[in-house]
Design a binder for this molecule. Structure first.
Ligand code: ZN
Length: 409
């Protein structure tokens, strides 16, 4: 029977949780010391492992074989096994998105009056808790503060700021971070090994990028990718097509248009790529890879991952010959700025087009060294009797005044 990878590889123990080392460390220490609070809140973007951690924690707390000094659930006892069968009577999972009202919360409070049917703890996992109505939160407040000793509340949210302060001050918070790119790549690689699927790092890196920090999304994308694999082999072309990601040739074309200040062509090319389904976020993230690669080529070091396929290497080498280190550093700063703007503003296409215009403009900035030369040669300056400063000392003076100015090599 087919089981989605995200289900098949769902962590069963703390050791299986990927990319949340700090939270896992704090939780496991707290379990060993028997100091898990009555109410915990897991926050973070979708798919980073909030409910997964809540489930593993519930499993550990209710495990019949776990000794006080241990933190991992045994995965063998009756209670542990009922988790894998989704058959837990004393762990109640509630989706607050569809149970937002005060009556839903009253049901929870009523249920708190009864001890667990087996084991030490009755646990409520409330997902998307920020969706509860104001009156529902108020009803929950008192129970959250002083629940019966056998009750634990594990709350999860993607939007902490929508939760009232009164609730936040009564819970122990764990802010889960987006899983790092390299950690996802490494994880996908181990899953591919277990699934007997072969995939280059460039393919896994593409999937990791598309998953934007979410392990669950990365597994779902890998699942889809396996459907389009050729004889158990994931190819970059198939995965790019599947993700509607433009290939590197198209993106490099756009990159060249921008860096050679062909504004109009650059905007039109961007619109074509956007129509094909490539998001501004994807392009910016890929451009950052390009700038990193080009900078590495300029200073003669190998980047820590293979950023573009071998067939593209020579094209990047000739790009590196054309662009100066200072222009690359300006590009890098602007791409970072654009990443922030894309997060803040919902008009991604406008943000990106504005960046194209600014970038093209930036590469036209005059070179500070050139300005100094011209200034130095002007009759008004060369006729003065003042002793002349060397070009380098003038340059360093000028850089103090204009730290963001461009100095070409
Ligand atoms: Zn157990």
């Amino acid at each position: 029977m087919y089981t989605p990878l995200a289900t098949k590889y769902r962590p069963q123990r703390f050791a299986d949780v990927v990319g949340q080392d700090f939270t896992v460390k704090v939780l496991t220490k707290a379990i060993q010391k028997n100091r898990i609070g009555a109410a915990l809140l897991f926050s973070g973007t979708r798919g980073v492992g909030k409910t997964t951690l809540a489930r593993v924690l519930s499993k550990a707390l209710r495990c019949e074989n776990r000794q006080d000094s241990e933190f991992e659930p045994c995965c063998k006892c009756e209670s542990c096994r009922s988790f894998s069968k989704d058959n837990q009577i004393d762990v109640i999972e509630i989706d607050a998105a569809s149970n937002t009202g005060v009556d839903d919360v009253r049901e929870i409070i009523e249920s708190c009056r009864y001890k667990p049917t087996t084991g030490k703890y009755k646990i409520f996992i409330i997902d998307e808790v920020h969706m509860l109505s104001k009156s529902a939160f108020n009803a929950l407040l008192k129970t959250l503060e002083e629940p019966p000793e056998y009750v634990k509340f594990l709350l999860a949210t993607t939007e902490t700021y929508k939760i009232p302060e009164t609730i936040l001050s009564r819970v122990l918070r764990f802010d889960l971070k987006n899983v790092e790119h390299d950690v996802i790549v490494q994880y996908l690689s181990s899953v591919c090994n277990q699934e007997k699927i072969s995939a280059d790092l460039s393919v896994l890196s593409l999937i990791a990028r598309a998953a934007s920090g979410s392990i669950r999304d990365s597994l779902s994308i890998l699942d889809q990718a396996i459907n389009v694999a050729d004889d158990g082999r994931l190819t970059l072309k198939n995965v790019q097509e599947m993700l509607s990601v433009s290939n590197d040739e198209d993106l490099t074309d756009l990159f060249e248009l921008i860096t050679s200040s062909k504004l109009q062509d650059a905007v039109l090319r961007y619109r074509q790529l956007s129509d094909k389904g490539t998001s501004a976020q994807t392009i910016v993230s890929r451009f950052m890879d390009y700038v990193h690669l080009l900078s590495c080529l300029k200073v003669g070091v190998t980047p820590f991952e293979q950023i573009v396929s071998e067939s593209m290497q020579s094209r990047f080498q000739s790009l590196a010959d054309k662009i100066s280190i200072s222009a690359l550093s300006v590009l890098w700063q602007m791409l970072i700025k654009c990443t922030d703007e894309l997060k803040l503003c919902d008009k991604a296409a406008s943000v990106f087009e504005m960046m194209i215009i600014r970038l093209a403009h930036a590469s036209e900035f005059p070179d500070l060294r050139e300005i100094i030369k011209k200034f130095d040669q002007s009759p008004a300056i060369s006729n003065t009797s003042e002793p002349k400063q060397s070009e380098d000392s003038l340059l360093s003076e000028a850089l103090k005044m204009f730290p963001n100015a461009i100095v070409k090599n």
